[in-house]
Design a protein around this ligand. Sequence first.
Ligand code: SF4
Ligand code: SF4
Ligand code: SF4
Length: 251
Amino acid sequence: MHKGTTFEKLKIASFDFTCCEGCQLQLANRESTLTDFLDLLDIRNFREISSEQHNDYDIALIEGSISRPDEVERLQAIRRQAKTLVAFGTCACFGGVNSLKNRFSLNELAVEVYPGMEVETGLVKKISEVVKVDLSIPGCPVNKEEVERIVVSLVTGSQVTLPKYPVCIECKAQINTCLFDLGEICLGPITRAGCNAVCTTGKTPCLGCRGPAEEINMAAFLELVKERGLSENDLREKLAFYNAFEGLYQP
Ligand code: SF4
Ligand code: SF4
Ligand code: SF4
């Protein structure tokens, strides 16, 4: 954005629910752009950046998924205040790694992990299962450059866009050896780009934290895994890891 151009600052607040707070931390990182970024914002509530707390805000970033009754009430109150509610990060958009606990008996888990303690926890829900979501920014964690670009779009009132194509496009642009050719299952062909293929460039398969790309060919992807003789169990585990492909795969 050109210096000297005047825009109304966004009254923004950020709230964490069931999560690791890694997405909020991303915003406080990248010091080279932090002051320019903060210049666009009127921070009303954001405990990783400021100790001030105000209840008037227009945009609410919601980080984390929902796993307790008190979180539902808190989220509903935020929804009443916010003009734009953003599911911020994979936990918020899809349930994220927290959803793994939905596979087990919560009572048994509580006894095993917190013996002798009272634990109030329920099935993990993504934000859109509890309140209306206006905008989703996926990523575990979110990509700060993408968030900065989206915030500029919100400030200027221009359309917010995410890449529609899959991670493979970004991966190929970096001339990486495809992990399928090394005998691994990678979710790059079905996952929304925008992370610059950070995992596959580091020789780690994509686990799909950014959720499905648009117009994916799931049947062709499953056929590829089968043709290569790769493990169905590994495929199932990867697709379930962030709960981002719910409803798109029936084992
Ligand atoms: S999406 Fe990932 S980095 Fe962000 S809060 Fe959830 S677990 Fe943490
Ligand atoms: S490693 Fe993964 S992301 Fe990269 S080209 Fe192969 S399938 Fe696509
Ligand atoms: S490569 Fe896949 S798992 Fe890794 S950050 Fe990108 S979308 Fe997420």
